[in-house]
Design a protein around this ligand. Structure first.
Ligand code: SF4
Length: 248
């Protein structure tokens, strides 16, 4: 099948392109990710993907970078206190997969797929629903695969290739969430280190107390022995004096 594969980044494209090509699909990659914030990050991920795809002869098509469209749609969902994180991500998948399907339909592709399911941090079932929805709306086929079992291999290969690997999903909210999580993890590690230090200090204080107690015991015993020996000596000397004194 002539397949347009929506890709969120280079590292997540490694395993899906290998597996989909192995399954006989003729793949082009669609980098359609107006969710990514800021623009420098968008460009960095795009450049990483393009460089890797070029080395493997894979075509890449890029959608318009339109963060305002993301704010109008997904940002509006995120601003609604009644909506969940899953609602927000669903809207985000919808925006990107709809754009992918629209392009695929206009450029003679048979179907669409996505690399989003590589990540264990995404809502896999929601991705399936949104992929199907976008494909059906444009009378396209879709190839859904849960690529999560290949996440570790994708991580290994991307490290081996020295690819840029982002540390947050993409949008401004996920960036802030990731920063908060990192801060919390750092604070938790610091608290654990301090607790360990306190435990060691308390153990050292107990050991020192025990050492001082034993030393005091030894000192008291030695003094007692010395006193005893002195008394015995004095008694022996008195007895000797008495026995040496001539009888009156
Ligand atoms: S966390 Fe990821 S999928 Fe969810 S809204 Fe942000 S960029 Fe989109």
């Amino acid at each position: 099948m002539k397949l347009l594969l929506h890709a969120c980044c280079g590292p997540c494209s490694l395993e899906p392109t290998r597996l989909l090509a192995h399954a006989g699909h003729d793949i082009a990659i669609a980098y359609m990710n107006s969710n990514i914030h800021p623009a420098e990050e968008y460009a960095r991920r795009a450049e990483t993907l393009r460089a890797w795809a070029a080395s493997g002869g894979l075509p890449v098509v890029e959608g318009p970078y339109d963060p305002e469209a993301w704010e109008r749609t997904v940002g509006a969902v995120a601003a609604d206190a009644a909506k969940s994180r899953e609602d927000r991500c669903r809207a985000c998948y919808r925006l990107r997969l709809e754009e992918t399907a629209c392009y695929a339909s206009a450029h003679g592709f048979d179907g669409i797929s996505t690399t989003l399911t590589v990540s264990p941090y995404q809502y896999t079932d929601v991705i399936r629903e949104e992929l199907e929805r976008a494909a059906t709306a444009h009378k396209l086929a879709y190839v859904f695969e849960d690529f999560r079992p290949f996440y570790d291999e994708a991580t290994r290969r991307s490290r081996e290739l020295n690819m840029y690997r982002q540390n947050y999903c993409g949008c401004r909210i996920s960036q802030a969430e990731a920063e908060t999580e990192r801060r919390e993890r750092k604070a938790a590690r610091k608290a654990a280190r301090e607790a360990e230090q306190l435990k060691r200090s308390a153990e050292a204080a107990v050991a020192e107390e025990e050492r001082l107690r034993k030393r005091a015991e030894r000192k008291a015993y030695a003094e007692k022995q010395e006193r005893k020996h002195r008394i015995l000596k004095e008694l022996r000397e008195k007895n000797r004096d008495r026995s040496e004194r001539p009888n009156a």
